[in-house]
Design a protein around this ligand. Sequence first.
Ligand code: GRF
Length: 196
Amino acid sequence: MKRVAILISGSGSNMVALAESMVGDHPARPVLVLSNVPGAGGLAKAEALGIPTALVDHKRFGKDRAAFEAALQAELDKVQPDILCLAGFMRVLTEGFVSSWEGRMLNIHPSLLPKYRGLNTHARAIEAGDAEAGCSVHEVTAELDGGPVLGQARVPILQGDTADTLAARVLPMEHRLYPAVLRRYAAGDRTPLHLP
Ligand code: GRF
């Protein structure tokens, strides 16, 4: 059974989708939900699901990323996860931390990678006049949002869409895609998955 730690910064809706999927014959179980933001909505949701939680407030470390990541790693060492899932975790991790978890860390990104790495993905897709948008689950490498894509889900961009209306159409697809990819990944299957 694989042990999964989920890193969040916000409301944790992807964390809940992942946690609720890891039951029955699923090859993994959640062992920790960790936030870098005090009071992040996802912490209370994790506690309600009976998952241990931890807080490593990045603000305590100012610009000292190495110290922040050492504190992060210390919390992870307590639960010995096999896989890290970044789920709305908004800190960019250093190359050193990423390389120590390479091949064992996933992230969900709200665009059809390699298009629109970084922030404001929905506004940029609308601005560009794209016909469709979506989300991607990828392995995390030192290249921001640049690791191998293991799954994608597409949605249409509709006339009059705003970034918010598009985000509301993409988020339910994230909640389907991320658990589906994690189940395969925990079983050692890295073949890309495309959700209709
Ligand atoms: C999601 O849209 C995710 O793709 C992005 O941040 C948002 C987090 O949502 N990285 P939640 O915290 O999982 O609800």
